[in-house]
Each structure stands twice: as structure tokens, then as C-alpha cells.
Design a protein around this ligand. Structure first.
Ligand SMILES: NC(=O)c1ccc[n+]([C@@H]2O[C@H](COP(=O)([O-])OP(=O)(O)OC[C@H]3O[C@@H](n4cnc5c(N)ncnc54)[C@H](OP(=O)(O)O)[C@@H]3O)[C@@H](O)[C@H]2O)c1
Length: 377
């Protein structure tokens, strides 16, 4: 019997910046190289504020495929009947309006992180996606990588006991003194700063290890704290540290998890090893940097009754063709094929929790966007 043809999702790409190029290169990697037979990807349109940029982008990153439409506006991509799903790679503070336009045109949406500027924008987008019956997901690519799925399996197998604490950092030296103040990482009008750009990555590990843990029973954090160090260049956060605590809030609370994540992000320091450490009652999982796309993790098992004495250590390494952005594309294709409006791996609740946490950390850190930047407040 002939094997079923894969479901091919037709993508429209919004913007021609750095991350859009990464996504397209990976989406066009042959899925068989990662043992995926059931879905595939075709780029059918690229939209830019400048049509020449879209044409150049197709030549450079999509093998010059002449069947791909180059558009000088995003609206033309949303109106294209050969586009099923839209990938949005614009700066943070444009995600809301770009995603809303796509949703209203009844396109499925994969939107870069952070999914919006604030939680209110996201709530409004999710309502619009539901009303229009389209799939919507934040492009938190790390959650779909094979390593992450393996960490989750071990973390929830019970072999290490309950999670107790997590430490995670993502830093990157953006050369703040050398880039213009209008660069998206420095410009408050583009949602600049460490928290919104880098914060999703430490947080995704905290949500995976603590929020998703069965003992937590889907409970929201009992406490969130944050502190920000701003750069005098533009006033955006240069370094942010934040904590998220999960613990029962009353005796009738069914959540039995009692654990805390301590996270940090910084835009003027290089990343360091080890990126994430998850500490359990009977061992640790250490995930190697870079924490957005780690290639290995090590599990240490403690001797029974002698907490901290390591009796066994195992390192797992992962390799694949491409850079890791294709796994989220596969997830979108499968969800669209199956008529879902959200992913079970990185569903709407997790993006909402992320944005609620970021709102709270910005409130405590007194980081306000310039008036008009947030489209819904
Ligand atoms: N998942 C990841 O690993 C990852 C990594 C880096 C960034 N990101 C996210 O992706 C988004 C874009 O980051 P990036 O590094 O790709 O940025 P970038 O290189 O500056 O590209 C952003 C693109 O957005 C479009 N755009 C629309 N309005 C704009 C405006 N007012 N100013 C600047 N650009 C505008 C431009 O494309 P056109 O000129 O073609 O319209 C531009 O090329 C951010 O939200 C960031 O958090 C994700």
C-alpha cells in the first residue's frame, strides 16, 4: 500500500529580518532528515515593507524559488489565497497588529516571542483567533526541540523526585555602545531591553519544569518578583532578575508543588555555561547553553538518603540537520492539519502566563513603554 502523502503547510512570511531568515532556512530543510514523514512546509509568499527586500530574501534564503510571491506589504500576504499560515518576525511591539491582521484574514499564525508587548494584547488576540477559528501560537521554538521533550520525560518520570529549585540565565552581549539607539534591543518603542527579548528562554524552562509538572496541577505561580537595572542609553532594562514561586496558597489547594525558579537575563554580558540547572529531591538536570537551543544535558542521580552525593551521571547529546526552528513549524503543520486552534506543548495558557509574569516584572521594575506602544492595555 502506498504511504500517505505528507500534509504540506503553505507559509506566508512577514518581514525579512534576521529571525525570518532563520525560520525560512529551517522550514525548507527536508523533514525526512529529522525523521518527519507526516508533514512538510512550502513558503508561498514573503512580505516586506519594501518589495526589493522580499525579492532579495527569496533569492538568498528560499533558493530563489520563482513560485514564491514577493510583496511590498504585509497586507498582500494576508490576502493571498495560497497562504495557509503566517509567520511573524517583526519587532515585539508590532506582533499584536501584524497577528491581528493575519487572524482577521483567517490565516493561522505563528508569532515570534515575546508574543505581544503585554498580556492585554495577547488576550485580545486569543479572542480574535477563537472568533475566526484559526490556530495561534507563540514561536517558542525551544519547547518543540527533541532535547526539551526528553528533559520533560525524565523530569516527570519521578526518578529524581519532586522539583525543588531552578536557576536559568540567558545573556547576550549586543555591544550596546556600538549599536544605534533605534536598534530594537535598545529602543523602548520596539519593546527593547533584556526581559522581553531574552526572558522568554529562562522562563520557558521554569514553565516546563515547574508549571507543567503534574504535581503543580496547572496552578499559576503563587508569587512573582522582579528587579531591573536600566541602561542610561535609552532607559530599557539592561539586566533583569526575576523569581517565580509555585506553592500551595491554602490548605484546600490541590497543587502539591513547592518550588522556586530564579532567572536572569542581560544584554551586555556573554552567555555562560551552564545555562539551566533544575534541582530535584534526588538529583539535578543541567542543560548546556545556549538555553534557547541546547545540544546536551546531564542528569545527576543522588545516593539514596545522602542528598547531594552523586552516584550516577548521564549526558545526552542531540544532533540534527538545520538549526532547530523547524520543530515548531512541524508542530504548527500538525495542529492545522488536525483542526486544532492551539498547541498542547506551548498552548495559549503558557504564553498568557509568560506575558502576565513579564507585565508584573516590568511593573516592579518600573519599565513603562512610551505612550501608544501598547495597543491594548
Ligand atoms: N526565536 C528566536 O530565536 C529569535 C531570535 C531573534 C529574534 N527573535 C524575535 O524576532 C523578532 C524580530 O527580531 P530580529 O532579530 O529578526 O529583528 P530584525 O533583524 O531587526 O528584523 C525585524 C524585521 O521586522 C520588520 N519591521 C517592521 N517594522 C519595523 C520597524 N519599525 N523597525 C524595524 N523592523 C521592522 C523589518 O522587515 P521588513 O523591512 O522586511 O518589513 C525587519 O527586517 C523579535 O520579536 C525578536 O524577539 C526571535
Amino acid at each position: 500500500m502506498a504511504s500517505a502523502q505528507p500534509f504540506v503547510l503553505r507559509w506566508g512570511i512577514i518581514s525579512t529580518g534576521w529571525i525570518a531568515s532563520c525560520f525560512v532556512k529551517d522550514a525548507l530543510v527536508d523533514p525526512k532528515t529529522r525523521d518527519v514523514q507526516d508533514v512538510g512546509h512550502k513558503v508561498t509568499a514573503v512580505g516586506s515593507r519594501n518589495v526589493d527586500s522580499a525579492t532579495k530574501f527569496i533569492a538568498q534564503y528560499a533558493n530563489g524559488d520563482s513560485s514564491i510571491k514577493a510583496y511590498g506589504s504585509y497586507a498582500e500576504v494576508f490576502a493571498d489565497n495560497n497562504v495557509d499560515a503566517v509567520y511573524i518576525g517583526t519587532p515585539h511591539t508590532y506582533h499584536y497588529e501584524n497577528a491581528l491582521d493575519a487572524i482577521k484574514a483567517k490565516k493561522h499564525v505563528l508569532c515570534e516571542k515575546p508574543v505581544t508587548s503585554n498580556a492585554a494584547e495577547l488576550r485580545s488576540l486569543l479572542a480574535a483567533a477563537k472568533e475566526n477559528g484559526v490556530f495561534f501560537m507563540e514561536a517558542l521554538w525551544t519547547r518543540f526541540q527533541p532535547l526539551t521533550r526528553e528533559v520533560k520525560k525524565i523530569a516527570e518520570s519521578g526518578v529524581l523526585g519532586e522539583p525543588v529549585a531552578l536557576q536559568a540565565d540567558l545573556s547576550g552581549d549586543f555591544g550596546l555602545d556600538k549599536i544605534p539607539k533605534t536598534h530594537r534591543i535598545l529602543d523602548p518603542a520596539l519593546g527593547g531591553g533584556a526581559l522581553l527579548d531574552l526572558g522568554p528562554y529562562p522562563l520557558i524552562w521554569a514553565l516546563l519544569a515547574l508549571y507543567e509538572h503534574p504535581s503543580n496541577k496547572g496552578s499559576k505561580p503563587s508569587n512573582v518578583t522582579g528587579t531591573m537595572l536600566k541602561t542610561p542609553l535609552t532607559g530599557v532594562d539592561r539586566s533583569t532578575s526575576f523569581t517565580v514561586t509555585f506553592s500551595p496558597t491554602s490548605s484546600s489547594d490541590t497543587n502539591t508543588l513547592s518550588a522556586q525558579a530564579v532567572m536572569s537575563c542581560n544584554i551586555n554580558a556573554s552567555a555562560y555555561q551552564t545555562g539551566v540547572v533544575i534541582r530535584y529531591e534526588r538529583g539535578t538536570i543541567a542543560i548546556a547553553a545556549p538555553i534557547y537551543c541546547p545540544k546536551s544535558f546531564t542528569v545527576q542521580y543522588f545516593q539514596e538518603g545522602k542528598s547531594g552525593t552523586v552516584v550516577k551521571e548521564e549526558t545526552r547529546k542531540f544532533e540534527y540537520v538545520g538549526s532547530g526552528w523547524h520543530f515548531q513549524a512541524d508542530e504548527v503543520a500538525r495542529c492545522v492539519r488536525d483542526g486544532k486552534i492551539q498547541s498542547e506543548l506551548w498552548g495559549h495558557d503558557k504564553s498568557l502566563l509568560e506575558m502576565d509574569i513579564f507585565d508584573e516584572v516590568r511593573r516592579q521594575g518600573d519599565y513603562k513603554f512610551p505612550p501608544g506602544v501598547e495597543k491594548v492595555v
